[in-house]
Design a protein around this ligand. Structure first.
Ligand SMILES: Nc1nc2c(ncn2[C@@H]2O[C@H](COP(=O)(O)OP(=O)(O)OP(=O)(O)O)[C@@H](O)[C@H]2O)c(=O)[nH]1
Ligand SMILES: [Mg+2]
Length: 363
């Protein structure tokens, strides 16, 4: 008998052990599409049941990809470099890769797409990727989906098409929207979820004469997902267009991003700091000399998350240089980024599990 797979996450269904993955109470001979119990709960009760592939599993998954296939690598425009995966970069060539920068809706509309694409291209080149083309999409807003379908149809040339990338970047959501945009019939959508680790196996979707595959994502280690959960995670995840928050900072001033990150302006002339974080994440400025007291007094209240009853972050200090004549982005994967214009030095306190990185500004 051929194996049955969950229509929501792609895992191999079983009905013998409720404690093991991909369990369903249903009969596997049934002539119907089946969700595993985990997908069923996620869809109906919004329960978080993350399951992760480790790097070895992920490599095995990639080994099952047809070497002649077309790769559609989806990246989160909010954490571009952090969405890249060395194992995919090794697989990618100039002829088999399309990059989709998803979650465009979170960045201000006023930023020109042409500029974003130009900067994205430069960033990808630096990371050793030369895609056939870059698409900007918002899966939730249905933007850029028609163009993505066109691009895939143009470049597939009879090849199978694989949506790949880090977890939670929006692969399954994109495919669901491609299906509805093209009014293809597929009665049950693929499971998507706000937390990572949703898709568990290959899900094949026939799309005209092309086979499109959804695949599980690789969990990002350097990401606030690692250390936050529940309400704290919900609070930092931007849901709609971000209002950039602009601060003119002087040396010896400090700014807090919730109780998660502290930035001290150690050296430099007065400079503009533009924060691209979820609109609900509080920012507070204080004098550096008062910053320790401010943190002790306001953690869990003004400075949230973490919320009352949750552990404070275990901070590690990073020094970040600001270069002359360029704007520098400092990225806190999962939380957002700050763009700083000017020359100088920052001291950044971030949770020890998170390594902030910097680059020439995206915007
Ligand atoms: N704001 C915004 N959110 C999005 C977009 N696309 C997806 N999301 C959200 O991101 C979360 C993850 O989406 P999924 O489609 O499950 O991501 P995935 O890449 O399939 O994740 P895995 O299956 O875990 O690898 C969900 O909460 C989606 O609603 C987008 O374009 N904009
Ligand atoms: Mg998925």
């Amino acid at each position: 008998m051929s194996k049955l797979h969950c229509i929501g996450c792609g895992g191999e269904l079983q009905n013998t052990d409720e404690t093991k993955p991909f369990y369903t109470p249903k009969s596997l001979d049934a002539d119907e599409t089946i969700y595993c119990q985990r997908c069923f709960k996620m869809r109906h009760y919004g329960k978080v049941i993350p399951t992760f592939l480790n790097e070895q599993d992920y490599q095995m998954m990639l080994d099952n990809i047809d070497p002649n296939g077309l790769l559609v690598q989806v990246v989160d425009i909010f954490d571009i470099e952090g969405s890249l995966i060395p194992a995919i970069t090794r697989l990618a060539t100039e002829k088999n890769l399309i990059v989709v920068a998803n979650k465009r809706d979170l960045l201000p509309k006023s930023v020109k797409n042409a500029k974003l694409k130009h900067r994205l291209n430069a960033i990808l080149h630096q990371e050793g990727l030369k895609p056939l083309t870059i698409e900007l999409t918002s899966a939730v807003k249905n933007h850029g989906i028609d163009s993505l379908i066109e691009t895939i149809s143009k470049h597939a040339k009879g090849r199978d098409v694989y949506f790949i990338g880090a977890t939670n970047v929006g692969k399954s959501t994109l495919i669901n929207h491609m299906i509805s945009a093209a009014a293809r019939k597929k009665s049950e959508p693929i499971t998507t979820f706000f937390a990572p680790g949703t898709t568990q196996g290959f899900i094949e979707i026939p799309f005209d004469d092309i086979n499109v595959y959804d695949t599980p994502g690789l969990f990002k280690k350097n990401h606030f997902f690692q250390i936050l959960s529940g309400d704290a995670l919900k609070k930092i995840q931007p849901r709609k267009e971000i209002n950039p928050r602009v601060y003119q900072l002087e040396v010896n001033q400090t700014i807090f991003i919730g109780g998660l990150v502290r930035i001290d302006f150690l050296k430099g002339l007065p400079s503009q700091f533009v924060f691209y974080c979820g609109n609900d994440v509080p920012l507070h400025r204080t004098k550096m000399i008062n910053a320790d007291n401010f943190y002790d007094k306001h953690l869990h209240h003004l400075l949230v998350p973490p919320f009352e009853g949750e552990e404070p972050m275990d901070f590690r200090v990073n020094q970040i240089p600001l270069k002359r004549d360029t704007k520098t982005d400092i990225i806190f994967p999962g939380l957002g980024f700050v763009s700083v214009k000017g020359i100088g030095v920052l001291r950044v306190y971030a949770p020890k599990e998170i390594t902030p990185y910097h680059r020439e500004a995206l915007i």
